[in-house]
Design a protein around this ligand. Sequence first.
Ligand code: NAI
Ligand code: MG
Length: 365
Amino acid sequence: MNTYKICLLPGDGIGPEIIAEGVKVLNAVGAKYDTAFEYADALIGGAAIDVTGEPLPQATLEAARASDAVLLAAVGGPKWDTTDPNAPRPEQGLLGIRKELGLYTNLRPVQIFNALADASTLRPEIVDGVDMMIVRELTGGLYFGRRERFYDEPAAGVDGAPGQRAYDTLEYSEYEIERIARQAFEIARKRRGKVTSVDKANVLETSRLWREIVHRVHDEAYADVQLEDLLVDNTAMQLINRPADFDVVVTENMFGDILSDEAAQITGSLGMLASASLGDGVALYEPSHGSAPDIAGRGIANPLAQILSVEMMLRYSFDMADAADDIRRAVTEVLDEGWRTGDIKDAETPADHVVGTERMGDLVV
Ligand code: NAI
Ligand code: MG
């Protein structure tokens, strides 16, 4: 029997409620596939600040490093909002653990469950069949480059008045591009075998390097995967024009930040979107939404994004594709049968099909 150690980070708000449903589903998978999941609970975010004074205690990092995968719910809430720049903040726990675990790949699947196609602002025939994976580089590029703000006195005879000036630098190394490209091609092999690499190679030198390296990696080791290049501005249009055509979309940090939020809106339901952050070691899985403090403690949160992050864990950390497919099928069936939490119900949902967090987890199990 296989045994996997999972570090659980419930965090704040609805976190403890939804992570319990993720665990319920994992246990059902374990029973079916003769696999043991062992859990270690640890503190992160506001919950950690309350107990230890810091958002990412050393013990939490150690628990994460000692595990085979990390399942996180969400952090934050008004209780820890502060104007004091020196006070600890819950999201420092999240940024900190991503950095400490070297999670350079962020995966955001964008999938339409046909039962929820009405939730999209796009026409049903456009969103029909949407199933893409955005692969965003997470630890390089503009967000981590050299930056400065300074007072500038223009040289004599040059246009412009004295004033403040600032710059950020966009930098990528061959090494950083190569490792994210490999991740994208590996993922495409487990999906429909197509990668769209997004850049701005007509303007940016980093993008020209990006394109060159992505093609080299492709030709050397992944020639079986279909590769296309698309400029980022065109991608922004095509994502809402023909979203069902995309399989894997790989791009640098800032382009990925913007495009993944755009793509998330194609589905129209935040409570359904999972994400994964991968590096070379332990990976971290979490819903895309936050801690929903407005509904915390009431047992009404939608646990499906958390459950779908468990699906990703099985697929990417444990190579249990059949079990992952089971979860996807179960969620699809539950939705097809008309079961809804409050956030995804509509005017046609019968009152006896509106369910709470625990019941939704039970239905999936
Ligand atoms: P949010 O995603 O927590 O909530 C936005 C809206 O969606 C709320 O009305 C909420 O009730 C609803 N919602 C979210 N998840 C839901 C679910 N599973 N079921 C039903 N309804 C759901 O974002 P918001 O309100 O901007 O932030 C709340 C707190 O969460 C803040 O402290 C923020 O910093 C934190 N946050 C944490 C994230 C994380 O841990 N990765 C990501 C985003 C926000
Ligand atoms: Mg963003």
